[in-house]
Design a protein around this ligand. Structure first.
Ligand SMILES: *[C@@H]1O[C@H](CO)[C@@H](O)[C@H](O)[C@H]1NC(C)=O
Ligand SMILES: *[C@@H]1O[C@H](CO)[C@@H](O)[C@H](O)[C@H]1NC(C)=O
Ligand SMILES: *[C@@H]1O[C@H](CO)[C@@H](O)[C@H](O)[C@H]1NC(C)=O
Ligand SMILES: *[C@@H]1O[C@H](CO)[C@@H](O)[C@H](O)[C@H]1NC(C)=O
Ligand SMILES: *[C@@H]1O[C@H](CO)[C@@H](O)[C@H](O)[C@H]1NC(C)=O
Length: 531
């Protein structure tokens, strides 16, 4: 008898102590928080239930009806009522139920999103009614994402959503991420998962660094030898025009722009395998068999580029092309006697940045010629080397010290993107997301006018150590820290607060089939990763 009494006491003691332990080393997790944090949100304690069998999405009378949104209705229905995971949702509870989300889109449907697209939306969940309103269809997509994120499973397995008012819009219009598919090839199916993750994080620019020195996986219809000779494997490790179309379409349906980068004049070794446009490097009097950047003195260079750019501006619908222009190595140019002669003729002296400027200027002129409406993005070196570019050029800053650079670029009146502090391919043990979270593109010396020229930023995932096996987990949720910096208000900076929300968001991504890795230590997700 006494023993039973003792055991019972011990049991109570254990349960109590257990409850008393706050697990400090487990990442906290929120429930039903929208990520990235909306600009304005008011939540109430009243909950509404959603039933799989009766719920539907619907346009309000008078709303624009856009295919992108109608397709998104189906996608989000599946995400919300994922039948693999639902325990049950039909339990009768004494709470009101929401039978539909009605949507009002004001402006006529557009085919593709662009840099100026308005992504704002208002969402209202109140008295059993869910109402979403946006100017554009792109805003509607962002609102649907937020709506899906607020729906959570209650303890009995039913799906509930709190009464909530949201008034939301992005802080920056360009919220991008660079993937490099040259150092390692990444299959289209994995790029699509990546686009799903971008949508879940309200990121809107897929910067596709598609080719580089190492390989040329882009299949060109005008120069098929580029990939035939330049890809790792011309049959299995390429993006055919169908693949490219599919990726652009997949992105479009998620309100994501695809900005392709064909980096020149450096980073072009793989191009040289089929087109004789690279500079021959010399040792002494003789070519030594090595090749350097594109040869700006060769006429073939420009006739090739004109035709190739004509193709690119037709294949990629976005107004902007990324033209690269980074890390041009002058040593090969310096070794080549023909180039020395050309420099002499042009009066460039020994200033090889003048030669680079000569090339970039011709490249920009060619784009203006083949596609006058195109805009371009370039890496900062082009401007650092004093190349004159069109006033509406976007300059991507990637070098330290970036505050000085942003200050300089915006003083010249160019629009700018920041990526220096978001090189996510550099990895380290522990919680590196915090430094990404703390980096703010406005933290540079400059006037309000200069700040207004910063149109956003990009996380970068360079491909030397990344391929389909790890690109998703290495990119997410670390990029979520960047996503919130670029979407949410400038004063949303509390790291401790973000931690729990990113953890919830990571688990949400896992539930959606995106293998986002643990990012700040121990913890668990309700639904764990499966094969
Ligand atoms: C998260 O990061 C902080 C360091 O910034 C660390 O103190 C903490 O232990 C980490 N892990 C968890 C679970 O919070
Ligand atoms: C939602 O409602 C529940 C129940 O009233 C409450 O516990 C919870 O804090 C609410 N969540 C939010 C985000 O307001
Ligand atoms: C349901 O809730 C309402 C108000 O919240 C209450 O008046 C009513 O008695 C409840 N009904 C049941 C069956 O619990
Ligand atoms: C290259 O083009 C320029 C201008 O069209 C012309 O003057 C020059 O002779 C050409 N050079 C060669 C080697 O064809
Ligand atoms: C940010 O600023 C807005 C407007 O000034 C304010 O309403 C909001 O409470 C602030 N948020 C934080 C997290 O400080």
């Amino acid at each position: 008898m006494e023993i039973v009494y003792f055991l019972a006491l011990a049991f109570i003691f254990l349960v109590k102590t257990n409850q008393a332990i706050r697990l400090k080393n487990v990442v906290p997790i929120t429930k039903g928080q929208v990520f990235p944090k909306p600009q304005m949100q008011i939540s109430f304690g009243t909950q509404n239930i959603l039933n799989k069998n009766e719920f539907r999405f619907e346009y309000v009378k008078g709303s624009q009806i856009c295919d992108v949104v109608s397709i998104a209705f189906k996608r989000y229905y599946k995400i919300i009522f994922d039948s693999r995971l639902l325990r049950q949702t039909n339990r009768i509870k004494n709470v009101s139920s929401i039978k539909k989300l009605t949507l009002m889109v004001h402006e006529p449907c557009e085919l593709y999103p662009n840099l100026e697209s308005d992504e704002s939306y208002n969402l209202k969940i109140a008295s059993s009614i869910a109402y979403l309103e946006s100017k554009t269809l792109w805003g509607a997509l962002r609102g649907l994402e937020s709506f899906s994120q607020m729906i959570i499973e209650s303890d009995d397995g039913s799906l509930v959503i709190n009464d909530t008012l949201i008034n939301d819009f992005p802080r920056f219009n360009h919220r991008g991420i660079l993937l490099d598919t040259s150092r390692h090839y990444i299959r289209s199916s994995i790029i699509k998962v990546h686009l799903d993750a971008m949508e879940a994080n309200k990121m809107n620019v897929f910067h596709w660094h598609i080719v580089d020195d190492e390989s040329f996986p882009f299949v060109s219809s005008s120069f098929p030898d580029l990939s035939k000779k330049g890809a790792y494997n011309p049959y299995t490790h390429v993006y055919t025009s169908d693949d490219v179309k599919e990726i652009i379409e997949y992105a479009r349906l998620r309100g994501i722009r695809v900005v392709s980068e064909f980096d020149t004049p450096g980073h072009t070794q793989s191009w040289g395998k089929s087109i004789q446009i690279l500079t021959k490097c010399y040792t002494g009097e003789k070519p030594n068999g090595d090749f350097g950047p594109i040869d700006p003195t060769n006429n073939l260079t420009y006739s090739f580029l004109e035709e190739f750019l004509t193709e690119l501006t037709a294949v990629f619908p976005d107004k902007y092309l990324h033209l690269g222009g980074d890390e041009v190595d002058f040593s090969c140019w310096q070794s080549n006697p023909d180039i020395a002669e050309f420099m002499k003729q042009k009066g460039f002296g020994k200033d090889y940045s003048k030669l680079e400027q000569f090339y970039m200027q011709k490249l920009l002129d060619l784009i203006n010629k083949v596609s006058p409406k195109s805009g371009y993005i370039i890496w900062q070196e082009v401007v650092d080397n004093n190349v004159v570019v069109k006033p509406d050029t976007v300059v991507e800053v990637w070098k330290d010290p970036w505050p000085e650079e942003l200050s300089m670029v915006t003083k010249l009146g160019y629009r700018a993107l920041l990526s220096t502090c978001w090189y996510l391919n550099y990895i380290s043990y522990g919680d590196d997301w915090k430094k990404y979270y703390k980096c703010d593109p406005y933290d540079f010396p400059g006037t309000d006018k200069q700040k207004s020229l910063v149109i956003g930023g990009e996380a970068c995932m360079w491909g030397e150590y990344v391929d389909g096996s790890n690109v998703i987990s290495r990119t997410w949720p670390r990029t979520s820290a960047v996503a919130e910096r670029l979407w949410s208000a400038q004063n949303v900076t509390n790291v401790a607060d973000a931690q729990g929300r990113i953890e919830e968001h990571r688990c949400r991504m896992i539930k959606r089939g995106i293998k986002a890795e643990p990012f700040n230590g121990s913890g668990h997700c309700e639904y764990e990763v499966d094969l």
